[in-house]
Structure formats: structure tokens, C-alpha cells
Design a protein around this ligand. Sequence first.
Ligand code: PLP
Length: 402
Amino acid sequence: MDIHKTDDTITRRIQAFVDRVAMLKENDLYYYNQPVTELRGGARVIVNGREMGMYASYSYLGLIGHPRINAAAKAAIDKYGTGTHGVRTLAGTLKIHQELEETIADFKKAEAAITYSSGYATNLSVISTLAGRGDWVISDKLNHASIVDGCLMSGAEFRRFRHNDMEDLERRLQQAPADVSKLVIADAVFSMDGDVIDLPRMVELCRKYKAWLMIDEAHSVGVLGETGRGIEEHFGLWGAIDIKMGTLSKTIPSVGGYVAGSKELITYLRHASRAYIFSAALPPAQAAAANEAFKVILDEPWRIEKLRKNAEQFISGLKNAGFDTMLTTTAIVPVLCGSDERAFMLTRACQHHDLFVLPVVSPAVPEGLARLRATVLASHEPDEIDYAIGVIEKAGKEIGII
Ligand SMILES: *Cc1c(COP(=O)(O)O)cnc(C)c1O
């Protein structure tokens, strides 16, 4: 690196990471950004020339490469080309954007919906547009980084409650002055732990303290609920959430983010949220792919059922082997390892046996809680899952995790 600066904090910050990466590479423990060169039905991929079982994908229902979704994307390119004319508010709005927003509103049983160019941008922009100086935003401690960044950007009083601890949430709500606006935010399914937020209690508290409720459904759409419509369906609490946020990049095999809610809320966001006004519209192919994907979910409910069975098989297999999988009941399965080093070692053993699975280490999770963060897909077959459990169990014993 051509660093002509003196040894300032920026230089040191860069060098610390460069050194850490070099050390991991030397020890064959570096698994960052490995390129996938081929998809074989989604549950199997080619990485570094080897076919591996995929246990790190967010394509929970196996919709990447679905013929109907691919066809919709191709047709949109033929019709509209590959880009938009710019931002939605000038010439960027296409018919397909409106169709997509209607589809999302329908799927989420909401009056209206708005889309953005990523889930990250959605959280950043929506939270900071709704809340401002003098308001309170109250966020679960394990919420996604994009929520944390949105809360910080809003300039509101930012308070966090202990993970999924509704007594602690109530204490925070009591601490807020009675006359300020309050916005409570949580993930529906937590991206590192796989557990589900206690929505029924949370809704009660929000009603009692007159707080707005926003839920991020990145990992619950297509996963929770009989028909995959998410956490409100799961708990039978339709209409309980004021701001239903989600991404188009996980179960939905596209890119983008959305909020569904009341007509008034969506009208306000369309005219006031900066990521909508100052950033280009979703490309037509991605909008069309997302639009078709919601329909495929409803037309092929067997995918949701199979995902549920696969998750049960994987979680119970790992538990029987003696692993701590925390409180997950979903497709995200943490396999606790302890130290960062053990998580890296278990990853290496899995990858050597053709399981594409990745570690999560500090600072993404607290020190001592490093883990494999495996995901199960509807496209896995039961014998593949048994093989994966076997590999993880054998390696876990060798490393001394179980
Ligand atoms: C992935 C994710 C996001 C961001 O979505 P992108 O579309 O990838 O930008 C937001 N919230 C949660 C909980 C996520 O897991």
C-alpha cells in the first residue's frame, strides 16, 4: 500500500486489519469472499473448483434460479432494458415498480408498500425519516446493523433493551417521558441466533405505552407462518405491526428493500425519505423478479413445509450430538464453538469435507460466543442434512467442542 501519511489513526486502523487478514490466510483460516462459480440447484454450489453443500445461503426457499422468476426478469429486460431513468420521483417509476408494491402490500396484508434499492438503505432511511430529535427509538440489543445505523442517524434518543427481554423493554418505555413519540424496533428472526421475537408481548407493550412498532422481516418472510407471509401470520396477529420492513435479497431472490403499512405512512415515506428521493429506482429485472417471487411462494407452499422439516432435522441432529444451538427454531442455526479460533477450525474442517458454511466471530458476536452460522434451505434433501450433521459432529469432537 502506498501510504505517504504519517502513522495516524486511519493508517493504524487499516494496518491492523491487513495484518489480521494476512495471519488468517497463512493459517488456511481465511474464508472471506470465496467466489461461488456455479449453482447446482441452490443447495449445492461449486467453490474453488469443488462441489459443496450450501449451508450459508439466505435463499431459504431455494428460489434462486427458479424458472418463473428468471423468465420474469428476462421479460422485464426485453421490455424496459437494464436500468431505470433515475430516481423514482423523476422518470424512474415504471409500471413494474407499482406492480411490485401492490404485490408486497397484498402479501403482507397491508394497505400499501414502498420499495427501496436495498434493505440496508430502507432501514437507514425509514427510521431516520420517522424519528428525529426529541423522539425515542428503542431497539433490541441484537438488531441488525442497518437498524442501529438508522437509529443513530435519526438523532432521536437511542435506547437498547436486552435481547428479546420484554421486561427490559417495558422499563425503557417507562423511562421515556410520557409526551414524546416512541418507536420500538426489532428483527422478527435474529440474523445471528435464529430465534423469534416475542411479538405478542411486544404488541401489548407498544399499545400500553402508545409506541410505534417496526419489525424487520429479513429472515422471517418465506420462513414463518403457514403460507410464509411472516411473523404476523406466525402468531395470528394480523395488523399488529405498524411498519413491516423486509428485504428483497434473501428468500426473495433479487435485491432491494420495502416497507408495508398504512396508506398514510407510505405516502409520507414516498415524499420524505431520502433514500427513495435521492437514489435510483430498482432495475426492472430485479423488480420483476421480486414481484414474481412473492407469487411463487404462494403457489408453492410445499417449500415452506419442507424448509420447516429440514430445519427441525438439522437442529435436532446437532442437539443430539451435543451442540449448543442456542434458542433457534428457524432456518438460521448457530453452532456455538466458544473461541474465535475454534470457530475457524470447525469451519476449516467443514469446508475440507465439502460443506460451505461460515463462521461468525467477534466483534459480530460477543467474545466467547463465536459460532458456525449455518442456514438450512428448502432445497436440501434429508440425506444431505444427515451428511452435514455427521461432518460437524466428527469435527466438533476432534476440536473438543462436544
Ligand atoms: C440482510 C439484512 C438487512 C439488509 O438487507 P439488504 O437487502 O441485504 O441490504 C436488513 N435487516 C436484516 C435483519 C438483515 O438480515
